[in-house]
Each structure stands twice: as C-alpha cells, then as structure tokens.
Design a protein around this ligand. Structure first.
Ligand code: TRP
Length: 346
C-alpha cells in the first residue's frame, strides 16, 4: 500500500450541542494529529439530514461545529475544514458505492438498526445508505487514517470492504488507466480508546450524550466557567475516598469517569492522577477537577462564542476549505468515472 500518501480524514455531524465527550473523544484528537499528518476535517451535514433537521437549526449547528474545530486549535489554513454538502463528489461517489456495497452489508449495520428502531419501514432511505456515504467521504480523498469513536468501527469495516470490492471488481480497468493494483487504500481506523470515552455525570454506566434529558449529565462545549463548576460539584460520586491504584476504580464507574476526565484534560494517565489524588475525598478532588476543566474548557467556549458572533468569518473558512477539498475530490471523481466506464468531456 506504499503508493498511498498518508492522509487523515474525519467527520462530525452537526446535530445537537457539542459536549465534553465530543471534545475529548474526537476534536482534541483531531487537533493533535495536525503535527504529523495532512488532515481533512468535515462537518457532515448530508449525514445529518438522514433524520429530519430544522433548517435554521442545521445552519447554526454547521457553524457551531466549525467554530469548535477552530476554537480547539484546528488550523484551517494548513489543513482543510469544510462542510460535506459543498463538495458534490461526496454524493457522486456515494452513488457508485451504493452499487458496490451489498444489501446484506448495509443490513448488518448496528447503527442503522438502533436509529431506525422498531419502525424500520418509516426510516429514510438515506439512513440505510448512510455507511456508503461515509465510505465516500473517506475514499474521495483516498484517506489512509480515520480517527473515530468505537461506535464507528463497523462503518470503517464497511469502508474497507467497499474499497476492496471496488479494487477487485474494476482491477483490469484500474490497471489500464495507470493506477496499478489498487485505486483505493484500505483505510486504517484509529479507534479512540476507552480512556477517551466520557460517561454521564449523573450515571457512570451511560455515555455522555446530547440527548440525555438532564443538562447536568454533560458539560457542553459552550458552558461558561460557573456552569462547568456547578455541574462538576453536582456530579454523582460514591462515599469512598479515591483509590491509589487504577484497579480500585473498577467497580466504581463514577469515580473512574471523573478520574478519566481529569487525566484526558491534563494529557496524563489515570495512574498519574491517582498518584497525586489517591486517598482524597471527592470534595477535594472535585475542586481540583473544576480548576482543570475551567482552565482548559472556558477558553475554548469563549473563543467559540467570539467566532459565532462573526458567522461571515466562519462561512469564509468553510468556502475556502470546500474549494481546496473540491480540487482533490475532482481528481478522484475523474479517475473513478474513467475506471467505471462513464464517458466524460476531456
Ligand atoms: N458517522 C460518523 C459519526 O456519526 C460521522 C462521519 C461521517 C464520519 N463521515 C465520516 C467519521 C467519515 C469519520 C469519517 O460519528
């Protein structure tokens, strides 16, 4: 696979408010990959409409995710930040992949089963086709590495299967058009470990989620310092002091979660956190956690608010990103059209 240049691609859906889980699990990882790789970060608005979105709210959320990328430290000049709908290659390649992927593959997707629920007849066709659009996002740029959460692992496997089947089904044409043995890379998922899975502040067994009815279950990326402090002080704990070893966190999901959050915010291991705070009561540990959370998150929230007050600037970043993404996408689509046998102007 040596012929493929290393490239990172990932996407975030503009649905619902961003919270600490999105930040530690995804955005912070995106930021750190910028030093070692060329990166493309995409606001996947076409994925968002697989379930109905209020148009005004969708537009606001696209700008908010973009603001979060920028506020967290993604550099849109060195890398590419754009929204999916503005590069038509995503939809075009998704169609080709709809014809490569098999009904059986898509039917096995657990995210589709979960999101469609019991009333599958009433789910949109787009929700079923979602994984093929995701494969198109990634392979339109022939990306080699994709940082995603554990819940996206199955979609990445489908992406690899689509790439493999396309390379096989069209192998003669791929070689004839001078692309050697394979046109698409077999993308490597970079799965976020459990250390970056952030749980609800109200229930350590549930993931932190935008859809939890209690706002106290999560820290939103736009929360101000007072709100962050209040939510951490109210976070569920148990009556024991913190253990000195990580083994002591095993049957204590809330303690485990707060230690993991502290560690992730500080970029240290849970072991290091317990070396310092083992034996402390939660009241003391929460005070330290409030300090860390406020010092790391309040500046991001402040910068997001500043950016959101100037939507014209955000829109200009997205337009510039889409123009540069389109340059790569057009090359890929021209090659795909030739490989498949579509006749086009030259
Ligand atoms: N499905 C992903 C999610 O819900 C979002 C996504 C869309 C994505 N296209 C992508 C992630 C391409 C990585 C690469 O989290």
């Amino acid at each position: 696979m040596a012929q493929f240049k290393e490239l990172v691609f990932s996407g975030v859906q503009p649905t619902g408010n961003l919270h600490l889980g999105n930040y530690l699990g995804a955005i912070k990882r995106f930021v750190s990959m910028q030093d070692t790789h060329d990166c493309i970060y995409c606001v996947v608005d076409m994925h968002a409409i697989t379930v109905w979105q209020d148009p005004k709210e969708l537009a606001r959320q696209i700008r908010e995710v973009t603001a979060a990328f920028l506020a967290a430290g993604i550099d849109p000049k060195k890398h590419i930040v754009f929204n999916q709908s503005q590069v038509s290659g995503h939809a075009e390649l998704a169609w080709v992949f709809n014809c490569v992927a098999r009904m059986g593959w898509a039917s096995r997707m657990t995210q589709f089963k979960e999101k469609a629920g019991k009333d599958r007849e009433n789910a949109s066709v787009g929700l079923f086709a979602y994984p093929m659009l995701m494969a198109a996002d990634i392979l339109l740029y022939r990306a080699t590495h994709v940082p995603v959460g554990e819940d996206q692992k199955q979609h990445l496997e489908l992406t690899r299967d689509v790439a493999q089947k396309f390379n096989n089904d069209f192998s003669a044409s791929i070689a004839e058009h001078g692309f050697g043995e394979a046109f698409f890379p077999i993308t490597e998922p970079l799965i976020h470990g459990p250390a970056t899975r952030v749980m609800s502040l109200r229930d350590g067994a549930k993931k932190m989620s935008k859809s939890d009815p209690s706002d106290y279950s999560r820290i939103n990326l736009t929360d101000d310092a007072d709100t962050i402090a209040q939510k951490i002080r109210k976070a569920k704990t148990d009556p024991e002091p913190l253990p000195s070893e990580v083994e002591g966190l095993k049957a204590r999901p809330e303690a485990d979660n707060l230690v993991a959050i502290y560690a992730a915010l500080m970029d240290v291991t849970p072991e290091a956190v317990l070396a310092e705070h083992g034996g402390s009561q939660f009241s003391g540990f929460k005070t330290a956690l409030v300090d860390v959370a406020v010092s790391k998150l309040a500046p991001v929230a402040g910068e997001m608010r500043r950016l959101m007050a100037d939507p014209a600037h955000i829109d200009a970043v997205l337009v510039d990103g889409a123009d540069r993404a389109r340059g790569i996408a057009t090359e890929t689509m021209n090659a795909v059209k030739d490989i498949v046998g579509f006749v086009r102007a030259r």
